[in-house]
Design a protein around this ligand. Sequence first.
Ligand code: ASP
Ligand code: MG
Length: 451
Amino acid sequence: MSALNVAKFGGTSVANFEAMSCCSAIIEQNPQTKLVVISACSGVTNLLVELASGIQVPEERQAIIKKLAEIHHSIIEQLSNTTTVAAEVNAILESVASAAEAASFQTSKKLTDHLVACGELMSTHILTQLMRERGVDAQRFDIRQVMRTDAHYGRAEPQVEELKQLAQKQLLPLCQQHVVITQGFIGSDEQGNTTTLGRGGSDYSAALLAESLQACGLEIWTDVPGIYTTDPRIAPKASPIAEISFSEASEMANFGAKILHPSTLVPALRHGIPVFVGSSKEPEKGGTWIRQEVESSPLFRALALRCNQTMVTLRSAKMFHAYGFLAKVFEILAKHKISVDLITTSEISVSLTLDKTDTSGGNPELPQAVREELAELCTVEVEHDLCLVALIGNKMKERPGYAKQVFGALETFNLRMICYGASAHNLCFLVNSNDAKQVIQKLHHELFEQA
Ligand code: ASP
Ligand code: MG
């Protein structure tokens, strides 16, 4: 393992001049930080996604491009030497305008990725210049040279082996000489087309790069000082967690604690790289360390909430005492690259929830073609407006009576699709979206506020 540290800054951390200056100060403080991975400035990816959806009215497109220009130029204006960086950003904005026009004729996932990647391409130009003006030897690097992915636009899969080789050859030597500033979220396929790793993918990029460069640490800087027992905006008594294991943190990320992209911890875990999560605005507040070995493993660690869930229930009397039904269902889902989150089964039915994190965003939907194929096997029922609540902890399945404590607190709510017992680290279920906040508040009160 090298003494190289990777730091990633999210959209709010690079939202404006002050925020970017905080990032630079954090980077300057740790001489081991040689690779900096950043997101687009806050709000930019959303605007680009809007353009990619194909806006017909030219004035509406121009209004969005104007907003994009304002976000970036308001930072550039505060730099001392603006000529080069302004020209670079303007060139990207021009390509945004022509791609947005193309999208107004015909949208595609490939074009969407080409467009949304522009956010990170711009923010990295600006941060590099800002850091140079603070006296840092910063060097911008286009990550598409090494972040090789497949061509699954909107949710591209990184090709880990190729990425490693390319990063060792092209990126490592640069990191040995400079502080390298690069883009999260984006990559390129074999043909050189731009791809993206899915919304929030910068964390994942940073982790993959940390793994490829055999880094000794990965810092994820965001707008909250670490991981909490639950979202403090929902339960104000939520408390920060100083240290958490990879397994617990992965469960949290998977089950909707928005703090980390769900795939982030996979490369970090593969390579045993400790991950720090903290707030770039308040670095002095500390944060959460995610490690393989932790000092305490409490029965209840945290509560996560993920809204906007779609539940699909498939029923068939033929399933009764038959074999191969589930295999057929999953074959259809796999063929259409539909990722399933939760699953519960009974003798004649199976319920599942869909996962939706690709770059085009929107509600998770079961595409019509999939629905039709499934309908040949069974009846298909789709329900929306559900939220997934996950209780994360340790050795829960070995502890008699804990379910009573959990469900007892939630007596008055209608809980669906309870998944209990398969994992030692989580218990989860769906609730109506109207009940979600109250469920979290009640459960947090019962399990985390009693000591
Ligand atoms: N800018 C991208 C997004 O907003 C990627 C990221 O922030 O991680 O989803
Ligand atoms: Mg983000």
